[in-house]
Design a protein around this ligand. Structure first.
Ligand code: ATP
Ligand code: MG
Ligand code: MG
Length: 379
């Protein structure tokens, strides 16, 4: 079998490796951490920084094709690899996803509405910000995730202080929008332009971190479902994207759909696809990077995903202790996924629970029971 490579050794890389191995591939991971979740389950583990040309050369020699699971891999690393083997997504796509200013400019180019925003890279741009953008959220243009690198600002004084606090790095200020829901769509696009999508995911975030994803008939109004899929596809096609892409949206109080951001890789909100779809987002990643056919995935179960954050390990004591999985697994249709992370920390993604059932009512009933047992707030 050929070897497939992944830049980044986190849980997304681990689940990619599982999918690749199920299809007969060997896997190689590039990640500095000796106990990275993906490195632990792969045949090869190149332990260097993404910027290290020698590590990249070693990975290229091992692999037939390379993908990424970490969205902040330097685009230069992808470009170096692309000189000798197929790389998806391309460095140019990843570079846009890494920079909120470039990302928003791309949305505008594709004609997909996003929140009103301003780019702030200088004191002059800060002073020129339109009052209509307040109250807003100031976000670092690069490197933010799970709500990190963001400050909510109500007034001009808070905006000035916020930019100072973020280190006066390049930022975007987004108008704070009244959200009714959040949702996301995962698409996979092949080199030949074939594009398929997973159904629209309805997402609940808590403290800036994804907490719950619900996917079943009626999870969102039908008009928004159709709009979200069309918008996600046009964002991918506009990038000439190859691979798996997640597009996150806001649904506003007035029903308007607004794009939030993209992730150039499988996404936490797509994990349900492992148990509720006939093809998972990770299999789509394998297929797109190896030029295997992309067929439209079919959902066979109503599903809810609960994220398992490290907080659940510290419910009863200050020493980490895993929740009682036997009680959870006694419920019908519960699929436990743990990432093999060696130390639990609060707010750290340790695993997820996919719950499947025949109907939305049944899956909600089971998910609420599981949440109750685990101490996750009801939704
Ligand atoms: P991720 O881990 O998904 O990459 P992130 O750190 O890039 O997250 P965003 O997706 O930009 O962060 O924002 C995190 C959350 O904050 C959103 O899911 C939403 O709940 C809220 N949020 C962000 N921007 C806005 C906005 N303009 N108006 C209202 N709420 C917002
Ligand atoms: Mg993000
Ligand atoms: Mg987000």
């Amino acid at each position: 079998g050929a070897t497939l490579g992944v830049l980044g050794g986190g849980q997304l890389g681990r689940m990619f490796a599982h999918a690749a191995q199920a299809m007969g591939y060997f896997t190689a991971v590039l990640d500095q951490d000796a106990t990275s979740p993906a490195g632990l389950v792969s045949h090869h583990h190149v332990r260097t920084a993404y910027e290290d040309p020698q590590g990249l050369t070693e990975l290229a020699q091992l692999c037939a094709a390379v993908t990424t699971e970490f969205e902040n891999v330097p685009a230069g690393a992808l470009n170096q690899l692309a000189a000798s083997l197929p790389v998806s997504p391309a460095g140019a796509s990843v570079a846009i996803a890494q920079d909120r200013a470039a990302e928003k400019a791309h949305f505008v180019k594709c004609g997909v509405p996003c929140a009103p925003y301003a780019v702030i890279e200088s004191p002059e741009q800060l002073a020129a910000v339109n009052d209509a953008l307040l109250p807003g959220i100031l976000k670092t243009a690069r490197m933010g995730y799970d709500g990190k690198g963001q400050i909510r600002v109500k007034t001009r004084a808070e905006l000035v202080a916020g930019w100072q606090e973020l280190g006066r790095v390049a930022c975007v200020l987004e108008k704070m929008l009244p959200l009714a829901h959040e949702c996301s769509v995962i698409v996979a696009r092949g080199r030949d332009g074939t594009i398929v999508n997973l159904p629209v995911q309805r997402n609940l975030h808590r403290d800036g971190i994804l907490a719950v994803t619900e996917v079943y008939e009626g999870n969102l109004p039908a008009t928004q479902v159709e709009q979200a899929i069309t918008a996600a596809k046009s964002v991918a096609i506009g990038l000439d994207y190859v691979g798996v892409l997640c597009v996150e949206f806001f649904v506003l109080d007035n029903g308007q759909l607004v794009v939030n951001e993209i992730a150039p890789r499988p996404h936490n909100s797509g994990h349900y696809s492992q148990n509720a779809m006939d093809v998972s987002q990770f299999e789509l990643q394998v297929r797109s990077m190896t030029n295997l056919p992309l067929v439209q995935p079919r959902q066979h179960s109503a599903t809810i995903m609960l994220n398992l954050l490290g907080d659940l390990w510290f419910k009863d004591s200050d020493t980490a202790q895993a929740p009682a999985w036997d009680q959870i697994l006694a419920l019908p249709g519960c699929h436990l996924h743990l990432y093999g992370k060696v130390d639990a920390k609060r707010a750290r993604k340790m695993g997820h629970l996919n719950i499947t059932a025949a109907t939305p009512e049944q899956v909600r009933a089971t998910a609420l029971k599981a949440a109750g047992i685990l101490g996750i707030a009801a939704f």
